[in-house]
Design a protein around this ligand. Sequence first.
Ligand SMILES: Cc1cc2nc3c(=O)[nH]c(=O)nc-3n(C[C@H](O)[C@H](O)[C@H](O)COP(=O)(O)O)c2cc1C
Length: 189
Amino acid sequence: MDALEAVLTRHSVAPAFLGEPAPDDAALERILAAGASAPDHGKLRPWRFIVIRGPARVRLGEVFADALVRRQPDAPAAALEQERARPLRAPLLVAVAARIDPQHPKIPEIEQILSTAAAAQNILIAAHAQGFGAKWLTGANAYDAHVKAALGLAPSDRLLGFIHLGTVAGSPPAVPRADPRAHTVEWQG
Ligand SMILES: Cc1cc2nc3c(=O)[nH]c(=O)nc-3n(C[C@H](O)[C@H](O)[C@H](O)COP(=O)(O)O)c2cc1C
């Protein structure tokens, strides 16, 4: 698959359609190399890719449940169970975070975040190009200080989300693509 075909045919695959096997180490290395090929103003390398697989997903589920209790001390047991199960829906997750240099004299925070978002998109495309399904998910956990700390991130870092990866099982629906002409103007001055 060439690069343009990979970009144009990529669709997110919901975790319900992501099964084993996860990308193996060789495939994952290429996926992360694609992430680390994102445009990056000032060569700050702001991206942090946190790989979570196997039993670590169970531990992440505990972190999510703890985070919910901190946000909502009276959370019902079913909601806590839902948090525990959340990371188990795909065999491998990559949490994508931006390590922010808030005092950088030239590169504002927004550009560090944008570079990291580009890295996340590269990850999605590289997964698809190698035949895997993936979906970028956020939810409350991506914005939770307890979750960030448990992942080893600093308070100033930004957790952009959790990319769920696996082998596509079944027939996931594809979101229809936008007509680019509806989102484009040619400026004439
Ligand atoms: C920053 C970001 C966060 C997202 N978070 C969620 C989410 O929490 N839940 C969800 O269902 N989709 C979320 N999405 C959307 C999906 O990742 C996906 O883009 C969407 O379902 C459309 O599918 P497509 O990628 O095939 O166009 C998020 C997308 C982005 C860019």
